[in-house]
Every structure is written in structure tokens, then in C-alpha cells.
Design a protein around this ligand. Structure first.
Ligand code: ADP
Ligand code: BMX
Length: 280
């Protein structure tokens, strides 16, 4: 039987019936940042309701840190999750059976390793999305760490007190555009750059400068066979080209091999479904 999986991110909530690497059916809704975890759990249950009893295992990929069934934000700016929210219990009550939970970028890393760009090779996954997330599969194992934090690259700092994701993510693009007088979202910044508007290219360049340095640092730390880039910004037209341009000068043994997430926006739910199937 297919698995039920969901991907709750700072911008979108995706719920799907997943069979291996295939999305059988999917429902999506904007994550309403002004609501709270109870509401977000209600939204997941509502989106999953049409598939009652058609699924076995349930897997979840969520922005933030999950450990021992509890959910917390690292950066409330990405999604204001209350500390230690009992997510596993809240979802089990609504869905009627246990849920296997992971951070969204960790789940996506596993999905790309098993069914996507990884094809069984060790990899790092970096999502440039509402925030910046990361996941690592090393020696065929998904790193989750002491408390589920492993891979949280968006909170690393180049400058004291400034999380990297505030200088490169989708929210950065919108904030930087607003600071220049353009009240637009990230897709509109890409569209303006494509139309040749210099301010928009400059904003994308600032993001790519930071993201490229992150990938360079990650290559030094883990030296993965490939570096998979996902997320709404990471997969947007021209973004990876900007990263490649910034890394082209590196010698081969230090240069990341960048790949687009082959599973696209489904990497999280496909990874979460496979992780759940393996656990139950
Ligand atoms: P989430 O962060 O919820 O996982 P996404 O991966 O879709 O969701 O990332 C959301 C961020 O990416 C938002 O800042 C959004 O504006 C931006 N985004 C989404 N789609 C695109 C696109 N096609 N082009 C550029 N930016 C995008
Ligand atoms: C943040 C953090 C990570 C997450 C990353 C991408 C929170 C709520 N989230 O760094 O756990 O993986 O954003 O999240 O602290 P997304 O919503 O952009 O997918």
C-alpha cells in the first residue's frame, strides 16, 4: 500500500500519497504563518482526509528540529514553531496512527539519495527555500545527530549573530527587494532579473555569493560525491548557474559537483515516505 507523507515548510504544506518514488496523489496549501502548530496539524489532516484508509505508513518532513516526537523552530523567522511542540502525538491523534518525523531537508536528502540525483552516492542536500536547510547521507546513512539538528546549515554564521539564511533565502530576496522599494516576492525578483532589471540581479547575486560560499565550506567538511540543491529558490531558473559561476574557479578536488534535486519539490515527501516505510 502507498504511504502518506507530508512536507510542512515555511511557505507551503504538501501532503501526498507516495508509492516508492511516485506521487500517487498530492494536495498542497500555503502554510499560514499567522496560525499555530495545532492549526498546521489540522491542515495536514484535512489535506490527507480524502485518502482515508488508502495508506499504510505515515512520514513527515517538517521545517525546524524534530527529536523524540517534539518539534521546535531553530529560526522562528522561517516558521514560528513553539518550542517542544508535541508534534508526534498531535498528528497521531488526528491521523489515527504513528507518524515518523524528520527535518524537511534531512528527509529530502534521503529522498534524493534513494530515488533522485544521488542514485546511492553519498550526498549533501541544500534547500534554498523560505530558509536554508541541509541534510547529509554519509556512508549510506542519514545524519540526524544528537538531537535532530544535523544539517541545519541555515543557522550557521559568517558574521556573529547573523544566521546565513537571513542573507540568501527566499525571505532574504523579498526583504532585500523591499529595502530597495520593490514590495515583491522571490519569484518576482527572478522575473525582474530576467527582464534585465539591475536591482534584481544584484539581489540574486548577493544571495548566490553567500550560498556558493556555503557549498564551498560544505565540500571541505564532508567532501560528498555530489551536492544536491533543492527548494523554491534553489530550483528557480538561473539560480544554480549563479552558484556554478562562483565555484568555477575552484580546483577540481575542492569544487562541489552541483545537481538539481531530481525529485524537485517532492524530495521531502518521497524521502519521508521511504523513511517511514523503513521504520514500521
Ligand atoms: P518551503 O520553504 O515551504 O519548503 P519552497 O521550497 O517552495 O517552500 O520555498 C519557498 C521560498 O521559495 C519562498 O521564499 C518562495 O517565494 C520561493 N519560491 C518558490 N517558488 C519559486 C520560484 N519558482 N522562483 C523563485 N522563488 C520561488
Ligand atoms: C530553517 C530551519 C530548518 C529548515 C530550513 C529550511 C526552522 C523553522 N527551520 O533554517 O529546520 O530546514 O529553515 O526550511 O527553524 P524551509 O521551510 O525553507 O523548507
Amino acid at each position: 500500500r502507498p504511504s502518506l507523507a507530508f512536507d510542512l515548510g515555511g511557505t507551503k504544506t504538501l501532503v501526498a500519497l507516495v508509492d516508492g518514488d511516485r506521487i500517487v496523489e498530492a494536495n498542497e496549501r500555503t502554510t499560514d504563518r499567522h496560525l499555530d502548530p495545532d492549526d498546521w496539524c489540522d491542515a495536514i489532516a484535512e489535506l490527507a482526509a480524502p485518502w482515508q484508509s488508502r495508506y499504510g505508513a505515515i512520514g513527515g518532513a517538517v521545517t525546524g528540529v524534530v527529536h523524540a516526537g517534539r518539534w521546535s523552530a531553530l529560526n522562528p523567522g522561517t516558521l514560528p514553531v513553539s518550542a517542544n511542540y508535541p508534534l508526534a502525538d498531535a498528528l497521531e491523534r488526528r491521523l489515527g496512527r504513528p507518524v515518523v518525523l524528520h527535518n524537511d531537508a534531512q528527509a529530502a536528502a534521503w529522498g534524493e539519495y534513494r530515488f533522485g540525483a544521488g542514485a546511492g552516492r553519498d550526498l549533501l542536500f541544500v534547500t534554498v527555500s523560505t530558509g536554508i536547510g541541509g541534510g547529509a547521507v554519509i556512508g549510506g546513512r542519514l545524519l540526524t545527530g544528537r538531537g535532530g539538528v544535523a544539517g541545519s546549515v541555515g543557522l550557521t554564521q559568517e558574521t556573529a549573530g547573523v544566521p546565513l539564511e537571513t542573507l540568501a533565502s527566499g525571505r532574504f530576496l523579498a526583504d532585500a527587494a523591499a529595502a530597495l522599494g520593490h514590495a515583491v516576492d522571490a519569484p518576482a525578483v527572478f522575473a525582474a532579473a530576467a527582464r534585465g532589471e539591475a536591482w534584481a540581479s544584484a539581489v540574486l547575486d548577493r544571495s548566490a555569493d553567500v550560498a556558493a560560499r556555503l557549498l564551498q565550506n560544505l565540500q571541505l567538511l564532508f567532501d560528498p560525491a555530489i551536492m544536491v540543491v533543492g527548494g523554491g529558490v534553489g530550483l528557480a531558473d538561473g539560480y544554480r548557474a549563479r552558484l556554478e559561476a562562483r565555484l568555477a574557479h575552484l580546483p577540481p578536488h575542492l569544487k562541489p559537483e552541483i545537481r538539481a534535486a531530481a525529485l524537485g519539490k517532492s524530495a521531502g515527501v518521497i524521502g519521508a515516505a521511504d523513511l517511514a516505510r523503513r521504520t514500521l
